[in-house]
Design a protein around this ligand. Structure first.
Ligand SMILES: NC(=O)c1ccc[n+]([C@@H]2O[C@H](COP(=O)([O-])OP(=O)(O)OC[C@H]3O[C@@H](n4cnc5c(N)ncnc54)[C@H](O)[C@@H]3O)[C@@H](O)[C@H]2O)c1
Ligand SMILES: O=C(O)C1=N[C@H](C(=O)O)CCC1
Length: 238
C-alpha cells in the first residue's frame, strides 16, 4: 500500500524501514519543515498516513490528513483528553483514525493480563496497587499513554480504585503512577500489588521500538477501506 509518514523522528524512521521491508511504498514524509506537503498530490495519493509526532500537534495533523482524504494511523500520546470530541467528529464526517497508546503486540497481551489480574484482586482487599513507567529522557508526556491505558484497565476492573494520580501519596481509592525518565529506555511498565505479607508484580519491558513500529504498520494494513475510530481491540481478538 501507499503510506505517508507524518513525523520523521525515532518512530517515523523505524516505521519507514519496517514498511519498506513489508513491501509498502512511502509516498510522502512530512515533518515540521515541510508542512505544506499535506496539500501535495503525493500525500493525497497515500492509502494511509502513519502519524507519530508530539502531543500539541496531533489533532491538527489528523484534520489536515482528513481534509486531504487520507486515513490516519497514529500513536502520538499526550492529547487523549480530546478523544471523545474527536470520536464524535470522526463519526459525523465518516473519517478514519486508528489510534493506540501502544501498538506493540506484547504490550497488548500485557494489557489483557493486567485487566484479568485486576478483576481477580477484587477478592483480595489487603493488596494495594501502583504502577511505574520508565522511558527515555526525550519523552515529553508523563505518565505515558500506555500507563494511562493500563490504569484505565485497572479502574474498570478493580472496584476499590476510582482514579489515578502522579503523586506517591494517595487516597485509598486512588492508584499512583510513578514516571521515571532515564537514558534511552524504549519503555518499561510495571504494575505491583502489595500486601503486608507479599507482593505480585507484572512487567512489560520493550527492548527497542521494533514492536511499536511493526504494530503500527500492521494496523495500517488492517485499516485499509475501514471508517471510524479504530483501536487495537478491533484488530486483536483477545
Ligand atoms: N503508540 C505507540 O506504540 C507509541 C510508541 C512510541 C512512541 N509513541 C508516541 O509517538 C510520539 C512520537 O514519538 P517519537 O519517539 O517518534 O518522538 P520524536 O520526538 O523522535 O519524533 C517526533 C517527530 O515529530 C516531528 N513533529 C513535530 N511537530 C510536527 C508537526 N506539526 N507535523 C509533523 N511532524 C512534527 C518532530 O520534528 C519529530 O521529528 C510520542 O507521542 C510518543 O509518546 C507511541
Ligand atoms: O517512546 C515513547 O514516547 C513511547 N510512548 C508511548 C506511550 O506514551 O505510552 C508508547 C511507549 C513508548
Amino acid at each position: 500500500m501507499k503510506i505517508a509518514l507524518i513525523g520523521y523522528g525515532k518512530m517515523g524512521k523505524t516505521i519507514e524501514r519496517i514498511a519498506l521491508e513489508r513491501g509498502h511504498e512511502i509516498v510522502s514524509v512530512i515533518d515540521i519543515d515541510n508542512l505544506d506537503d499535506f496539500e501535495s498530490d503525493a500525500f493525497k495519493s497515500a492509502d494511509v498516513a502513519i502519524e507519530f509526532t508530539v502531543p500539541k500537534v496531533a489533532l491538527s495533523n489528523y484534520r489536515r490528513a482528513f481534509a486531504a482524504g487520507v486515513a490516519v494511523v497514529s500513536g502520538t500520546t499526550g492529547w487523549t483528553d480530546e478523544l471523545p470530541a474527536l470520536k464524535k467528529e470522526i463519526d459525523e464526517t465518516g473519517k478514519t483514525l486508528f489510534w493506540s497508546s501502544n501498538f506493540s503486540l506484547g504490550v497488548n497481551i500485557f494489557m489483557a493480563v493486567n485487566k484479568y489480574l485486576a478483576a481477580i484482586m477484587n477478592q483480595f482487599p489487603n493488596y494495594n496497587v501502583e504502577m511505574t513507567e520508565v522511558h527515555h529522557t526525550q519523552k515529553l508526556d508523563a505518565p505515558s499513554g500506555t500507563a494511562i491505558t493500563l490504569a484505565d484497565g485497572i479502574l474498570e476492573n478493580l472496584n476499590r480504585k476510582t482514579g489515578w494520580v502522579k503523586e506517591t501519596e494517595t487516597k485509598p481509592e486512588e492508584m499512583a503512577i510513578k514516571s521515571i525518565r532515564e537514558g534511552q529506555v524504549p519503555g518499561i511498565h510495571t504494575i505491583r500489588y502489595e500486601s503486608e505479607v507479599d507482593s505480585i508484580e507484572i512487567t512489560h519491558d520493550a527492548k527497542s521500538r521494533e514492536g511499536f513500529a511493526l504494530g503500527a504498520v500492521v494496523a495500517a494494513e488492517f485499516t485499509a477501506g475501514k471508517k471510524g475510530l479504530l483501536g487495537m481491540g478491533d484488530m486483536l481478538k483477545f
